[in-house]
Design a binder for this molecule. Structure first.
Ligand SMILES: NC(=O)c1ccc[n+]([C@@H]2O[C@H](COP(=O)([O-])OP(=O)(O)OC[C@H]3O[C@@H](n4cnc5c(N)ncnc54)[C@H](OP(=O)(O)O)[C@@H]3O)[C@@H](O)[C@H]2O)c1
Length: 282
């Protein structure tokens, strides 16, 4: 039987690590895109020891650097015939406004734009693999305050949770757009909320955000439990008819009313296409 070839971001911690481990155990060839190669290599050894898989790989990719994303996609294209599952899992929330190497606001860059570029540059492989693209979003998308005249939070006071919620809303827009644009070419796309999960997420928050995270920790589920919906979407049979949907607890769920805004969704697509232009190679 041919391998399922899976590419995943954010595998070095939390939900992504559990997902990569579980998929390697199920026989997927797993390609982990990581910014820290030492951490990535240690994880690769851990997965090999645990699963006996001979098909676990690490590719350098800093999602806060578009050139690094372009290079990682190039490495995958030079070595692979097809990708069957792409899991856009990496993400984070930032206490203060920061910028990526390319000058984009960090929450927007890491949670949305870098994955938008990755998908774009991997399209030939995704099409050959009749791939599923899985975008790890969040219930925090309900806090979104999208402003297409200020996607970079440069003209209004930066608010960490609003910036994060907006980027997670964009994951849902992106999912729906991918399903509509590439469904006819055999690619499907899914967004999900993993639950409130005890991981490295939010550890850099300060002030009230930090206190809230600390209070919530005892009620959070484990990273293993938090990886279940991602693993379900990566492995379940016959879910293509649900392409474009938002999942919670392995079932389709209703996102916010804002998440169904078609104008906003199309605006995001067009603006993101403009931003990634210097780094595209299809
Ligand atoms: N935890 C929750 O309750 C929760 C709830 C809803 C949604 N989510 C979403 O779930 C996803 C996974 O998060 P998690 O909870 O597992 O958090 P985590 O433990 O902090 O893991 C985040 C992962 O993203 C990677 N990453 C961050 N910035 C990166 C960059 N610039 N380039 C490459 N990789 C980068 C991290 O790499 P390093 O190891 O190098 O730092 C790490 O592997 C995120 O998209 C998050 O928004 C989490």
């Amino acid at each position: 039987m041919p391998f399922t070839t899976t590419v995943i971001t954010g595998a070095t911690s939390g939900i992504g690590k559990e997902t990569a481990m579980a998929l390697a155990k199920k026989g997927h060839a797993v390609y982990m895109l990581v910014r820290d190669m030492k951490k990535g290599e240690e994880l690769r050894q851990e997965i090999i020891a645990d699963t006996k898989s001979k098909h676990v790989y690490v590719v350098e990719c800093d999602l806060a650097d578009m050139e690094s994303v372009q290079n990682a996609a190039g490495i995958l294209k030079s070595g692979l015939m097809a990708v069957n599952v792409l899991i856009n899992n990496a993400g984070g929330i930032f206490a203060e406004r920061r910028e990526s190497k390319d000058g984009y606001e960090m929450t927007f860059a890491v949670n949305h734009l870098s994955h938008f570029l990755l998908v774009n540059n991997l399209l030939p492989l995704l099409q050959k693999g009749q791939a599923r693209i899985i975008n790890v979003s969040s219930e925090a998308h309900r806090m979104a305050k999208p402003n297409f005249n200020d996607l970079q939070w440069a003209k209004r006071p930066y608010a960490a949770w609003k910036a994060y919620g907006t980027a997670k809303l964009f994951n849902i827009y992106f999912t729906r757009s991918l399903a509509l644009k590439y469904g006819p070419k055999g690619i499907s796309a899914f967004a999900l909320h993993p639950g409130l999960v005890n991981t490295g997420f939010g550890t850099g928050l300060t002030g009230i955000g930090n206190i809230l995270m600390w209070l919530a920790r005892p009620f959070m589920i484990s990273a293993e439990s938090g990886s279940k919906t991602t693993i379900y979407l990566a492995t379940a049979a016959r879910i293509d008819a649900k392409s474009g949907k938002y999942f919670k607890n392995c079932h389709p769920a209703d996102p916010s009313a804002k998440a169904t805004d078609e104008l906003g969704r199309n605006r995001l697509w067009d603006l993101s296409m403009e931003m990634i232009k210097p780094f595209t190679d299809n």
